[in-house]
Design a protein around this ligand. Sequence first.
Ligand SMILES: Cc1cc2nc3c(=O)[nH]c(=O)nc-3n(C[C@H](O)[C@H](O)[C@H](O)COP(=O)(O)OP(=O)(O)OC[C@H]3O[C@@H](n4cnc5c(N)ncnc54)[C@H](O)[C@@H]3O)c2cc1C
Length: 445
Amino acid sequence: MAASFLLCCGSCWLHERADYVFVGSSSAFTAKDGGGLSGVIQQALIAGGGIGGLAAALAASRAGWDVRLFEQAPAFGEVGAGIQLGPNVVRVLHGWGLQDDLARIAAFPHRLQVRDAVTGDELGVLPLGQRALQKYGAPYATIHRADLHGLLLQAVQARDHVRLNLNSAVASFADSEQAVTLQTSDGLEVQGDALIGADGLWSRVREQLLADGPPRVTGHLAYRALLPQASLPERLRSQQVTAWLGPNLHVVQYPVRGGEWLNVVAIVHGQLDGDLQSWDHVSNATDLQAALLHTAWPLRELVQAVADCGGEAGAGWGLWALCDRPPMRGAQQQAQGRVALLGDAAHPMRPYLAQGAGMAIEDAAELGSALAQAQDQAVEVPALLQRYAQRRWQRNAQVQARSLRNGQIFHASGPLRWARDASLRLLGEKLLDLPWLYGKTPTGF
Ligand SMILES: Cc1cc2nc3c(=O)[nH]c(=O)nc-3n(C[C@H](O)[C@H](O)[C@H](O)COP(=O)(O)OP(=O)(O)OC[C@H]3O[C@@H](n4cnc5c(N)ncnc54)[C@H](O)[C@@H]3O)c2cc1C
């Protein structure tokens, strides 16, 4: 089987136009070469160059596959916002040899504190830092999204047999017994052995594979800002994760960029007029100020600081309408034939467990371990992708479901809020620690 793929994939590159943008280390491999790569058996096509797509490219390349990634944007990049990475995710990054680079650019908060957004009272604390390291073998990290994306991009670019194509929007694919063919919106056709749809929430690959309609609009809005800590009064600077819980809202703040910047994300209920696919609605946040009117002074002061300082590069608040999908119901939603989905394309979730990108990275690690088996055994590619899907879908479904439930608990009012606060006061650390999440490891990690 492997030999026939080799022949097939060597010649099918001739279908391509050679004018794609090439970024990568293996500049000897251009479309004009039209030839196979000695020693490389299988070719993975990846749609999307976000955190999930780059992680998949790295994992597939480490598994010995030839990788071609197609990103619709004219340049690689990420939005200006932070991201939390649980020990389960950091362990994967360490496994890929990115430990030192990560240590240089991330922050490692020493604890997670939960506070009542209305009274300002502390409700519970989970020690992170050394405790996470000892218990889970990796720290809890917080990082600027662009820094994480840049870290993965650099790691991918350092590998041979990876080609990154910009300005290349994947429009459709055709899956057959012998190969999968991808078409881009400007008419390029490329064949490979597997197609990984890592093209995000509004995935084109998912649309064709599952035809299950667009994601659902949650009715929750996320306001995000980044502030230089040096611009803040001493009392607002922080090196911990703080989650403020209030009726119909919550706010999370944590350090990024080695602790020099503070990321703030505020979630409120509401609708957004405009393009749901845009991540860059700049808002003056008067509705956010209104939603926070009856919250504790330190929280309102923090929100006011964004207006005063203007956030990163004076950008103020970015505003996103949050969308998700119901938890996955089976492996067929993650892979069919030679096509697999990964990250938000497969399981977009509410960000209330801070694990969306984490699950994309775990997906990539599991994909890599499945693809690695193509080197030793005569296993068919669809079977490898099924193995990947079988190992991932239940975990992804569980994280989606818990994210949904967390939102209800975070935003509770009335008796549920009272019960939440009482439980957190009594059992804070026990409730906030998540061994089922932080302790689980993709195959091989
Ligand atoms: C407010 C908020 C807070 C969050 N906080 C956290 C957190 O703390 N921790 C965490 O782990 N996760 C968090 N997440 C979730 C995380 O941001 C996402 O799960 C993650 O970015 C998904 O990555 P992805 O690569 O799957 O998708 P994306 O980041 O959406 O990347 C998809 C890529 O595909 C490209 N693309 C799209 N269509 C095509 C096409 N047809 N052809 C080619 N390319 C295409 C896009 O341009 C993009 O580059 C948060 C999300 C939100 C909204």
